[in-house]
Design a protein around this ligand. Structure first.
Ligand code: PEP
Ligand code: MG
Length: 328
């Protein structure tokens, strides 16, 4: 089977009944960026900028960030590259910026930290914008959004950075495009504000890893409660289904970039719900491409309908396994 998957890896990702699914890569390490070159992806759906920050001994300068981001944007200038602003805190510490909190996952994380330190945010956004000069593929994404206020505040800072850079290059004959802006949907509060958030941004991306953690109140890294952490919990599946319906109704493109998008059963369920863009680790992409090409939308909807009747994640798994075994 793995030989067949590899042999067909270059084929366009169409469902069995010819619906186009876009597959993107999640990356952070330079090896993951390199791996993107060897898979048939539609772009980078999530570039975790905190990874290069975590590997250093101090904050990278604006110029260092420009060079890093430029390389990534240039690696596939025709494809969208979604750069997420710094998502530190929680499970992702910076060695040179210690945060001591009793409850880090509910604390100073992601956009909360960078809005409290606009100088960090502005340097990063300025670097992204400078890196994108002459290119049109940069998209910026904000992590851990829990309110409209945070989005408005971040937009104000992004505008400020944009006008600064525009002014700096005004005598040069260069193209500087305003990047498309998106937010991560990973804090449950946003599920109840999607129409309001839709007015503020160009795209949504569901962080199902954190959405699972926050919806179920289960620390995603605590082994003691690991058995309770499950993205196939019926409540999580209902949330994912609700998000895509609301995103479609508000005409905002939506991707899923958590782990569930890179799992065969998860990808089929998401496809049945109506998701058409999935972002995953490069090493899962060929497999998911193959799975999608062998499943029709109708079949994925049938599996979803069964999964939605389940009362527990074990029952969801049993529907998925039954389907996958039946399909060979
Ligand atoms: C997520 O939360 O699902 C996600 C993709 O972001 P991260 O895993 O980096 O928190
Ligand atoms: Mg997350």
């Amino acid at each position: 089977l793995s030989q067949r998957i590899d042999a067909e890896a270059d084929q366009e990702c169409l469902t069995h009944d010819k619906c186009r699914m876009a597959l993107y890569v999640n990356a952070g390490l330079s090896a993951e960026i390199e791996a993107t070159q060897f898979v048939n992806a539609d772009g980078i759906g999530l570039y975790r900028t905190e990874i290069p920050f975590m590997l250093r001994e101090r904050f990278p300068s604006e110029q260092e960030q420009v060079e890093l981001y430029r390389q990534i944007l240039l690696a596939s200038p025709e494809q969208p590259i979604t750069m997420r602003t710094l998502d530190v805190g929680g499970d992702k510490p910076l060695p040179y910026f210690p945060i001591n909190e009793e409850n880090p996952f509910l604390g100073w994380r992601g956009i909360r930290l960078t809005l409290d330190h606009p100088e960090i945010f502005l340097v990063q956004v300025r670097a992204m914008l400078r890196a994108s000069i002459g290119l049109t593929n940069l998209q910026i994404m904000l992590p851990m959004i829990s309110s409209v206020t945070e989005v408005k505040e971040a937009k104000r800072l992004i505008d400020q950075a944009f006008f600064e850079i525009k002014d700096e290059v005004k005598d040069m004959d260069v193209l500087l495009e305003k990047p498309r802006l998106g937010i991560m949907l990973e804090v449950p509060s946003v599920l109840y504000q999607l129409p309001q958030l839709a007015k503020q941004v160009d795209f949504f991306s569901v962080g199902s890893n954190d959405l699972t953690q926050y919806l179920l109140a289960v620390d995603r890294n605590n082994t003691r409660v690991a058995s309770l952490y499950n993205s196939y919990h019926p409540a999580v599946l209902s949330a994912l289904f609700d998000i895509v319906k609301q995103a479609d109704a508000n005409h905002v493109p939506v991707t899923v970039c958590g782990e569930i998008a890179g799992e065969p059963g998860g990808a089929i369920l998401l496809m049945g719900m109506g998701y058409r863009k999935l972002s995953m680790n490069a090493h899962n992409l060929r497999k998911i491409n193959w799975v999608i090409r062998n499943v029709s939308l109708e079949e994925s909807r049938q599996l979803l309908m069964k999964a939605l009747t389940a009362h527990t994640h074990e029952e969801v798994f049993s529907h998925i396994n039954h389907y996958l075994e039946h399909r060979g």
